[in-house]
Design a binder for this molecule. Sequence first.
Ligand SMILES: NC(=O)c1ccc[n+]([C@@H]2O[C@H](COP(=O)([O-])OP(=O)(O)OC[C@H]3O[C@@H](n4cnc5c(N)ncnc54)[C@H](OP(=O)(O)O)[C@@H]3O)[C@@H](O)[C@H]2O)c1
Length: 237
Amino acid sequence: MQKIIIIGATSGIGRELARIYAAEGHLVGVTGRRRELLDSLRQEFPDHILTECFDATASDTPQYLTTLTNKLGGLDMLIYNAGWGDLTEELDWTVDKATVDINVNGFLAAIHFGWRHFVSQGHGHLVTISSIAANRGNRHSPAYSAGKAFQSTYFEGLHIKARKLGIPLYVSDIQPGFVATKMAKGPQFWVAPVDKAARQIVAAVRRKKWRAYITRRWWLVAKLARWMPDFIYHRIG
Ligand SMILES: NC(=O)c1ccc[n+]([C@@H]2O[C@H](COP(=O)([O-])OP(=O)(O)OC[C@H]3O[C@@H](n4cnc5c(N)ncnc54)[C@H](OP(=O)(O)O)[C@@H]3O)[C@@H](O)[C@H]2O)c1
């Protein structure tokens, strides 16, 4: 039985991940701002779900994570799933600021907490749900793709750092393509049902993959996006 925290588990991918892990018998600490959704998840799995309601962009995130870790009686895996973004054709300051707050600043605070905890206990697994958008700049939501690129690049650095430590500390950057939640915005294709995406995430994490694409076929999109010459990408992007 593992002790797992999922930050941002009130809806969508995070909620489905919590349901899978709880059904497998793990002890899962779930967070988010919508208390009623945390409570309904706990009612579904009263023996396997614990909750802590807080805004992951606020400065007291480490205190909430400490409280939740104590409630769980330890921590083996921390999943940063909280995220937000919106289309901003007019380059709206409030959208960009909120996007960076949750996808960069909130991410960094939570991951620092997890890293310190795992290094000091000598084992652990950090997971972030970034995005396929991390691979190139995107004119429809530039702060979102930049924030997700921050997560992915940061995680590659942590992956190398963890290997050098020589302890069982694992790092997984999960890059979903489109998943059928309210986060999927703009023109879409290959939209995965939430349960399928969550199952593939659990499988990739179990294999301790340092990076995985969800669903798997998005690997191709990531590679194409990365290797496409600028003069083509800037014309079609
Ligand atoms: N759906 C897609 O197509 C897609 C594709 C690639 C990547 N992703 C990424 O997958 C992750 C999950 O998204 P989703 O599609 O499942 O959408 P979602 O249903 O909107 O889930 C987002 C989760 O993040 C939490 N969250 C957002 N802002 C927060 C804040 N300030 N403090 C605490 N929690 C916060 C939300 O909880 P509260 O609102 O209750 O706080 C919610 O639980 C996100 O990081 C997203 O960027 C999604």
